[in-house]
Design a protein around this ligand. Structure first.
Ligand code: TRP
Ligand code: ZN
Length: 463
């Protein structure tokens, strides 16, 4: 594949050589890829010039010393002729970098690891970069003050990546616009478990250490990758149509979380009825201790909770599997497409289970004196520090209720299911969403909803 892709550019650079007399190894002459993808809130997140297909991460971790040794094999396709490209990595020590088996030069500035391959890469070429690294991974602090990255826990560690924490434990293209498949192998001292997303395909113990190999076939944004190391009670059940359900529960949380976790199959079934087919090949949850993390996260196939969640939070994180994990925001500005939908899922669940209707929840919020709701419009968070604030969650959900008011239930459910189906395993923007809604209900005028509820400053004049 790579040889064929190189042919044409190689001819072009031979011509260039003949014309200019510049020394050249017969390959292409590329230019450096970019050190970010112009995300409006996280400008250094991600990199341009390539698109990752697959990450193979082989990690070895010892909780007692907090030492991590890693090998990341990143298989990517060049989207331009490249002389160099960046990976995002925060902290850790680089032991070596190879591209297509040849030693590569590299240097680091902040979170940018710039790799200069021995041979330039041709647009369209698929290439493998192998980074060997080690050290104690850092816990990072978000712009909103919460902790992410690598979190040491009472008996191990937990990796949480939203929005930019995954660069604390592996080098990659850490922006949601570049999704990829993953194989993650984690080796830990025997007696400990290492849990991740996807399916466990192999587990081997030798020399007092156990390796767990987790396979995620469906594309995943890097902020949704996780590793949970520690003592866990592992339970396997099945959900609708035989969907494998794997829960990993810190033994100190087992009793208090058993009842809520037993609801997972029913919640998935209810969500499939409302949102369409579950988008991944397994599901479940990881329950750590309440002090181990400051929040729950919708890590792909296996959301993480600090202590037992209530039913609403479980419904929320599982709804993200459709809205966020399968349909992923193209930039962090589009975050309300995650949180507005997952919050609306909680409202719908209440409505269908004897609680307030979504309209009643909407009205209660509209009348509440919580000014924080109106601090900024859902589709334009005021800054990176505010992407997890109430306008993104509650006012985002209110946008969906406004659409439902206009379209009625039949079209509304068509819209939320069709949205998940149309952008399944992909990324989407707010503009994609408004265009999709308008296409599904061509005779309805949504202009005021977009203007007042989605993009408008302040509290809309009418509920
Ligand atoms: N996505 C998480 C949820 O709603 C919340 C969250 C955790 C978050 N970390 C974040 C939101 C960082 C924004 C940024 O379940
Ligand atoms: Zn959420």
């Amino acid at each position: 594949m790579s040889r064929r892709a190189r042919l044409v550019p190689a001819v072009a650079s031979l011509v260039a050589l003949a014309l200019t007399g510049t020394a050249c190894d017969g390959g292409v002459q590329g230019t450096p890829g970019g050190s970010g993808v112009r995300d409006p809130y996280f400008p250094k997140a991600g990199n341009s010039g390539y698109d990752v297909d697959h990450y193979a991460l082989t990690l070895d971790y010892t909780p007692a010393t907090r030492h991590l040794t890693g090998t990341a094999v990143v298989t990517a396709r060049a989207t331009q002729d490249l002389s160099a490209f960046d990976l995002d990595l925060s902290g850790l020590h680089i032991d070596s970098v190879r591209v297509e088996g040849k030693t590569a030069r590299w240097n680091r500035t902040g979170q940018e690891l710039t790799v200069r391959p021995h041979d330039d890469l041709a647009e369209g070429e698929t290439f493998r970069t192998t980074v060997r690294y080690s050290g104690t991974p850092h816990t990072l602090t978000d712009p909103d003050g919460s902790e992410e990255g690598w979190l040491p826990t009472a008996d191990g560690a937990l990796a949480l990546g939203e929005p930019v924490g995954s660069m604390a434990w592996f080098p990659g293209n850490h922006h949601p616009s570049d999704k990829a498949a993953y194989d993650i192998t984690i080796t830990v001292p025997k007696g400990l478990q290492a849990v991740s997303g996807g399916e466990l395909t192999e587990q081997t113990t030798k020399n007092g250490r156990t390796a767990y190999h987790w396979h995620s076939a469906q594309p995943m944004a890097s902020y949704l990758a996780t590793v949970a190391i520690g003592h866990y009670d592992i339970t396997r059940t099945t959900g609708p149509h035989g969907l494998p359900v794997l829960t990993a529960v810190d033994p100190t949380q087992a009793k208090s979380s058993a009842k809520v976790l037993a609801k997972i199959p029913d919640i998935i079934e209810w969500e499939e009825y409302n949102f369409g087919p579950y988008p991944f090949s397994s599901t479940g949850a990881v329950i750590d201790r309440p002090d181990d993390a400051g929040y729950a996260l919708e890590t792909q196939t296996r959301p993480v909770f600090p202590g037992p969640p209530d039913t609403s939070i479980l419904v929320h994180e599982l709804a993200h599997q459709w809205y966020g994990d399968s349909v992923t925001p193209a930039s962090w500005r589009d975050m309300w497409l995650n949180e507005g939908f997952a919050t609306y899922a909680e409202w719908l669940y209440d409505e269908d289970h004897g609680g307030p209707t979504a309209q009643q929840t909407f009205t209660r919020l509209y009348r509440s004196d919580n000014d924080a709701l109106w601090a900024f419009p859902p589709a334009k968070p005021s800054s990176a520090a505010h992407i997890s604030d109430p306008p993104v969650y509650d006012r985002g959900a209110m946008v969906l209720q406004k659409i439902r008011q206009k379209t009625g239930d039949d079209t509304f459910y068509d819209i939320i299911q069709g949205w998940a189906a149309t952008h399944r395993h992909s990324t989407a923007t707010t503009a994609d969403f408004t265009a999709y809604v308008e296409k599904k209900a061509p005779d309805t005028d949504f202009h005021d909803i977009w203007k007042d509820w989605l993009y408008g400053d302040g509290k809309p004049a009418r509920p």
